[in-house]
Design a protein around this ligand. Structure first.
Ligand code: V47
Ligand code: SF4
Length: 379
């Protein structure tokens, strides 16, 4: 009853009130209702509903993990217009390409650190093939068996498997045997074909991306899903993207986390497209939390959003702030993200979460609790 009262204060619109009632009753909202939220839902309205969902699922718990990144190369055969990172042709002199031992040295740098995950992601380099990456995985596992390896976007995997003439299932089984444990969510961008053709025409399409994730789920691996938003896509394209993810999740249950990625416009072929506003960012998080009822977690990737905005997102449905990172990723700083030197210590993250009146919990990649910091005093 109190919930109904709260809604009536927030809106006089009957359609929006009906959506709110559904959310309070734990019923799924339709695509048309999600679109309506994008078109008509004020920040306060969608925010309050999303926070209700977030607290029903997780209370005040806010997860983070301790991870580091390996970016094997920033050279890429593809030509995504939004990418500020790829250096194959235009800025060849700024390209890097790491060998196996160099990447193992990055892992060794963390020998005395209590990190639990390495995130491997990079461009698609024609010379870095399936066998090369399988060898990398074996070397990492031999050196540090307990380190969870989350690696390779569906875009990287699609290329690797096609080049090795393996099916998606064969390729994933091969990498899994070598030590790959889960997949990050990159490469999804926007699934709608017209937008995809305009921003990243030449890489794996929506069905290919979804097939790789669905097959990984069938093999018992967990994966994440992203959406690159705030450029030329429409509200309907956002709903279409999330619908495809929600449908796959209904079938497999293998997604852990949805991660909206805000388009940044520095130094890429879409620099003329303005970036979304903070209000629009928060509305998107909130609507994603309301619509994706079968996704357990919603993550704000703080190096891209900035730490204060990430803190704010904890009131708009977000319950995960990714990891400590330690300045090992360049993808966002090169695209003009808030955080040019993305590094936060565990203490920094704990304080950031506590300042938002939430409970910090360190997790493993699969959301196993490593340490509950909620009883620790704010410093
Ligand atoms: O797919 C590239 C994005 C993604 C830009 O699964 C850009 O835990 C904004 O997916 N503006 C790769 N975004 C990174 C990624 C990721 C990051 C953190 C955690 C996880 C996870 C996954 O970066 C790409 C693309 O969507 N990206 N350029 C840009 N200019
Ligand atoms: Fe390559 Fe990824 Fe950049 Fe596209 S977004 S050009 S696939 S590195």
């Amino acid at each position: 009853m109190a919930a109904v009262l709260e809604t009536s204060i927030l809106t006089e619109d009957t359609d929006l009130k009906n959506i709110a009632q559904k959310v309070y009753d734990n019923q799924r909202i339709t695509d048309a209702e999600a679109l309506l939220l994008f078109e008509k839902g004020s920040l306060g309205f969608v925010g309050s509903l999303a926070n209700f969902v977030r607290e029903r699922l997780h209370g005040d718990i806010t997860y983070f993990n301790r991870n580091f990144h390996i970016e094997p190369t920033n050279a890429c055969i593809y030509t995504c217009n939004f990418c500020s990172y790829s250096r194959l042709y235009a800025h060849r002199d700024e390209a890097w390409e790491l060998g196996l031992e160099q990447m193992l040295d990055i892992v060794k740098k963390y020998d005395d650190e209590p990190v639990t995950e390495v995130h491997i992601v990079g461009g698609v380099h024609p010379k870095m093939n399936l066998e090369f990456f399988a060898e990398l995985l074996r070397k990492i596992k031999a050196h540090r068996p307990g380190l969870h390896i989350k690696g390779f976007t569906a875009v990287e995997l699609d290329y690797m498997f096609r080049k090795a003439k393996k099916t998606v299932r064969e390729g994933l089984e091969y990498l899994k045997d070598a030590g790959l444990e889960s997949l990050p969510g990159g490469g999804a961008e926007i699934f709608a074909p017209e937008v995809r053709a305009a921003i990243c025409a030449d890489k794996v399409d929506a069905d290919g991306w979804l097939n790789i994730h669905g097959t990984a789920h069938e093999l018992g691996m967990h994966t994440n899903a992203t959406m690159l938003y705030g450029h030329i896509e429409s509200f309907a394209d956002r709903v279409d993207h999330m619908r495809r993810l929600r449908e796959l999740q209904d079938r497999t249950g293998g997604f852990n986390t949805f991660i909206p990625l805000k388009f940044r416009n520095k130094d890429n072929d879409m620099s003329h497209v303005s970036e979304s506003t903070l209000v629009e960012d928060m509305r998107l998080y909130a609507i994603a939390r309301i619509y994706l009822d079968n996704f357990p977690h919603l993550k704000a990737y703080w190096p891209m959003l900035g730490r204060q905005n990430a803190q704010l997102s904890l009131s708009f449905g977000v319950n995960d702030l990714d990891g400590t990172i330690d300045d090992t990723t360049k993808i966002y700083s090169m695209a003009g993200a808030e955080e040019q030197v993305p590094s936060m210590s565990t203490q920094d993250l704990v304080v950031l979460i506590q300042q938002a009146h939430r409970k910090p919990v360190e997790r493993g990649t699969l959301y196993n609790v490593i340490k509950d910091y909620s009883a620790e005093a704010l410093v």
